[in-house]
Design a protein around this ligand. Structure first.
Ligand SMILES: NC(=O)c1ccc[n+]([C@@H]2O[C@H](COP(=O)([O-])OP(=O)(O)OC[C@H]3O[C@@H](n4cnc5c(N)ncnc54)[C@H](OP(=O)(O)O)[C@@H]3O)[C@@H](O)[C@H]2O)c1
Length: 374
């Protein structure tokens, strides 16, 4: 029986993880659940899973949570989320969205044997600190983001010196074919309609701008210790091939699967075993054709921004990540246009003065200062 803490339990990833956990009650026990502010969903899943510890970021819900979940240990506020991250479990699924996930992910490393990593923002901003902490705590990181999970499954560490490059795919999002002169007409309602994946709003908007692929490009470089020149991005509208690794003998290995996050989530939850999921088997004849194209950096400048940032500094990664989140919030509030998102990010990067980053506290301080300036 593997005990599991799910951070971001009420979100798209969190609920998919609970779906898998409930299909395998003999294997998994969700002991700790955390969420942001959706108390109704949090209470519902806490009752379903009989979780012993439940935390909510929004302090205003503390008393209600206590009332609805008698006998359960309740935590609230940012401190409460961190307390929940420090409860000992076998595995932690880090699925809080955005920078709010950085510190809980870092803290959890000292309290679990396995970290199933979904919160890409924590690696983008604090990769050095998180990887060093994982090593010092002897905690194994299992990537869950579909491309990185795919890469993890096909990456031949023993043949690292023969690796020429890896490829991660992007669906291209809802505006893959939209001409540039129509980008000013993009509304948040259209941007929130992803053609293939069902995800939370931040990830969906990031997919529409291709910043999601930019974040994943950086995540791949840090998680797999690759030079920026060793990672390629290719647009693949069907989202069936998730990752490829190419070797100097001319061989390329590929990871394929339907676009359903329950596959990579189950892979991480059960590692090193494979368990059954409700995900349908892949039928290539039914799909018919798989197509690939180069990303268009002119219409989607966020991808180029991220590639450049990866060659720059950790401070630049923190600023890019924070600025992307700020721009996302402004776009969702109808304060800016879709085309303003890369402009806001680039402006924040241009304003960055030299900022040495050593500790996790340095990461949080720079992230916070970006938000104060915005
Ligand atoms: N969805 C996907 O298919 C997918 C794929 C790959 C990677 N990811 C990554 O996985 C992470 C989660 O994505 P998602 O799509 O599941 O997002 P989501 O549906 O928006 O869920 C986010 C979760 O984080 C919680 N949360 C928000 N702010 C919080 C805070 N300040 N403190 C504690 N919890 C907070 C939310 O709680 P409330 O519900 O109460 O707001 C919710 O449980 C992101 O980093 C994303 O990039 C997602």
């Amino acid at each position: 029986m593997r005990t599991i803490a799910i951070h971001g339990a009420t979100g798209s990833i969190g609920l998919n993880a609970i779906d898998i956990i409930q299909r395998h009650p003999d294997r998994f026990k969700a002991n700790v659940l955390t969420g942001g502010s959706n108390i109704t969903k949090l209470v519902e899943i806490a009752q379903q899973t009989s979780a012993e510890h439940v935390a909510i970021a929004d302090l205003a819900h503390y008393q209600d949570l206590k009332k609805f979940l008698p006998g359960v240990q309740i935590y609230a506020g940012t401190t409460g989320i961190l307390e929940a991250a420090c409860i000992d479990v076998d595995m932690c699924l880090a699925a809080i969205t955005g920078s709010a996930g950085i510190l809980p992910t870092y803290k959890a490393l000292a309290h679990c044997d396995y970290l199933a990593l979904v919160n890409k923002e924590s690696i983008v901003a604090a990769g050095e600190q998180i990887l060093a902490e994982a090593q010092s705590q002897n905690t194994k990181i299992l990537p869950v983001d579909s491309e990185h999970n795919g890469l993890y499954q096909i990456f031949e560490e023993s043949h690292r010196s023969a690796l020429t490059h890896v490829t991660i795919t992007a669906s291209g999002g809802p505006f893959r074919s939209l001409p540039k002169d129509q980008f000013h007409t993009i509304t948040k309602e259209r941007a929130l309609k992803h053609p293939n994946w069902a995800m939370g709003p931040k990830n969906t908007i990031d997919s529409a701008t291709l910043m999601n692929k930019g974040l994943e490009y950086i995540e791949a470089a840090l998680l797999f210790n690759l030079a920026p020149g060793q990672i390629k991005v290719v647009v693949h509208p069907q989202s069936i091939v998730h990752a490829l690794s190419s070797y100097h003998d001319g061989t390329t290995l590929a990871h394929l699967g339907l676009p359903d996050m329950r596959s990579p989530i189950s892979y991480a939850l059960a590692w090193p075993e494979r368990i059954k999921t409700p995900v349908a088997p892949l039928n290539l004849a039914t799909i018919g054709s798989l197509t690939f194209e180069e990303p268009d950096y002119e219409r989607f400048p966020c991808l180029r921004i991220a590639e450049n940032v990866m060659k720059s500094s950790q401070a630049a990664r923190i600023v890019m990540n924070a600025a992307d989140e700020i721009a996302f919030q402004k776009f969702m509030a109808n304060e800016i246009h879709f085309t303003d998102i890369p402009v806001i990010i680039q402006n924040q990067l241009d304003a960055l003065s030299s900022s040495p980053i050593n500790t996790i506290e340095d990461v949080i301080a720079l992230d916070q200062s970006c938000r104060q300036k915005a």
